[in-house]
Design a protein around this ligand. Structure first.
Ligand SMILES: Nc1nc2c(c(=O)[nH]1)N[C@H]1C(S)=C(S)[C@@H](COP(=O)(O)OP(=O)(O)OC[C@H]3O[C@@H](n4cnc5c(N)ncnc54)[C@H](O)[C@@H]3O)O[C@H]1N2
Ligand code: MOO
Length: 454
């Protein structure tokens, strides 16, 4: 998390259901009424959360920042690799057949007093050309002079006593001759200029970055992670130690930023907000010292936790309404996580994912709404589910039940202790089982959501 102020983005990449006014003189079109989807069915909510957003444009990042990102497009080599013929060994570059007369780099200056003014590295003119019958000293990686046919490595080199005549040592594998090109790394032998060196959509790893660097790249085009601000509510929530009765330990602060990163987002800020509408309103609109406000920080997604209810203590909805947010999804036909919502702040503002305070409810709703939304903004495919046979009968509920499950001999079984407020089942789960309202018989296939950390 950077916490740094960010410049205002005037070039928002979203498509939006609200009118976009791009000409100051044009009459403002009538606002488009956005119909809120109430209590959306689980699949519909997940698909909607993907389709409502547009992938952010990619950006160019310096190599070390690109590491870990997704490459946005194919990258080609601007130069051949190696870009000059170089020696693979310490030894002698040789031209023509042996014996060879050793030629030495010439000093650029012979007047001793002038020589003193020249940096040692620049004192000699490198040998750039060899005639047949000549040889010159070369180190690994050194520029092979034109005319050289091979590099005779030190171990197989024999010098005359005066050090001016070079021959192949008697113990060399072939004392008569040295094969053409031996110990020379040819120009372009690894990569020709214009070759595709990295394929778009790959996850950039250390080897990719090293390869891009030796190919001459400083920056790479990377798919941009959506910027996320997390606002945690709950006056009863404490951050450390053993909670007193009436208090709860914060289940979200320590993991939600990394969870969001696993789903393709990048968390800019995490803040705690008091349980009042005023506090939520100012968290969204005012800038804490040294930081940009949520609305100015080019945040693309705000995730709130808690306060999704309609009671007097739940102020997230009312603060958003006051800011003119459009509610796209209001409530989900799923258990747990029913009060979850997806809203959008006006003028192509950030999406707001409202997660319930109950920890398992919040975690399951991350997969329903936040995962597809972040995937789309990051340019990833829609998150997929798998089908697995149920190890036992899974009774249906009124709405889709999201149940932490574990794998057992290729089948999936539900964990127990999976109440909306509980985390024990999820902590020991491999997947989340999507139990349809009709339930699933033992042995029948059931849909499961893979967990990104498994
Ligand atoms: N009269 C009704 N009560 C409730 C309803 C309802 O329909 N009518 N719905 C229940 C359901 S379902 C859920 S889910 C929750 C939604 O709660 P909120 O989103 O408003 O969240 P809070 O009330 O703030 O907190 C609920 C619960 O979660 C705990 N919490 C909150 N933040 C954290 C945190 N960071 N770490 C751990 N636990 C947290 C909080 O202490 C509460 O126990 O409402 C039900 N009630
Ligand atoms: O819908 Mo609530 O999220 O079951 O606890």
């Amino acid at each position: 998390m950077s916490g740094l102020p960010l410049p205002h983005d005037t070039n928002s990449p979203y498509t939006h259901a609200l009118p976009v006014i791009d000409d100051d003189d044009a009459p403002a079109p009538a606002p488009v009424e956005v119909e809120t989807i109430q209590d959306a069915e689980w699949h519909r909510a997940r698909q909607f959360s993907y389709e409502v957003a547009t992938a952010l444009p990619s950006h160019w990042l310096p190599l070390q920042e690109a590491l870990g990102g997704v490459l946005a497009e194919d990258v080609t080599a601007p130069i051949p690799v190696p870009h000059y013929a170089s020696s693979a060994m310490d030894g002698y570059a040789v031209a023509g057949p042996q014996p060879w007369t050793v030629v030495f780099p010439e000093p650029v200056e012979t007047d001793p007093r002038k020589m003193l003014t020249i940096p040692p590295k620049e004192l000699y003119r490198p040998v750039l050309n060899l005639e047949p019958g000549q040889a010159t000293r070369i180190v690994t990686g050194g520029l092979v002079p034109a005319g050289a046919r091979a590099v005779l490595r030190d171990e197989y080199a024999h010098l005359s006593e005066e050090g001016t005549v070079l021959t192949i040592a008697a113990h060399a594998p072939s004392a008569e001759d040295i094969p053409y090109g031996q110990n020379i790394r040819r120009t372009g032998e690894e990569v020709a200029a214009g070759d595709v060196i990295l394929r778009g959509q790959c996850l950039l790893n250390p080897a990719h970055i090293a390869f891009a660097a030796i190919s001459g790249h400083d920056m790479l085009p990377v798919r941009r992670r959506p910027r996320v601000t997390i606002l945690l509510t709950g006056s009863e929530v404490v951050e450390d130690g053993i909670p007193e009765p009436g208090q709860v330990r914060d289940a979200f602060g320590p993991q939600l930023p990394t969870f969001v990163e696993m789903l393709g987002g990048s968390v800019d800020q995490l803040r705690r907000v008091e349980d009042t509408a005023k506090a939520m309103l100012s968290a969204l609109t005012e800038a804490p010292s040294g930081m940009a406000s949520v609305l100015d920080a080019r945040t693309e997604v705000v995730i709130t936790t808690g306060g999704t209810g309609h009671s007097d203590a739940d102020h997230v909805r009312s603060a958003l309404e006051e800011l003119g947010a459009v509610f796209l999804l209001d409530g989900l036909a799923q258990r747990p996580g029913h009060p979850t919502f997806l809203a959008r702040l006006p003028e192509d503002g950030p999406f707001v994912v409202g997660l319930p305070g109950n920890p398992l409810a919040a975690m399951t709703s991350m997969f329903t709404v936040a995962q597809p939304l972040l995937a789309k903004l990051h340019g990833d495919p829609a998150p997929a589910t798998r089908a697995l046979p149920a190890a036992e009968e899974l009774p249906g509920q009124k709405v889709t039940a999201l149940v932490p499950g574990y794998l057992q001999d290729g089948k999936v079984a539900p964990r127990d202790r999976v109440g909306a407020n509980m985390l024990r089942g999820l902590a020991h789960a491999d997947v989340i089982i999507v139990v349809p309202p009709g339930g699933v018989a033992a042995g029948q296939d059931v849909e499961v959501v893979p967990l990104p950390w498994r």
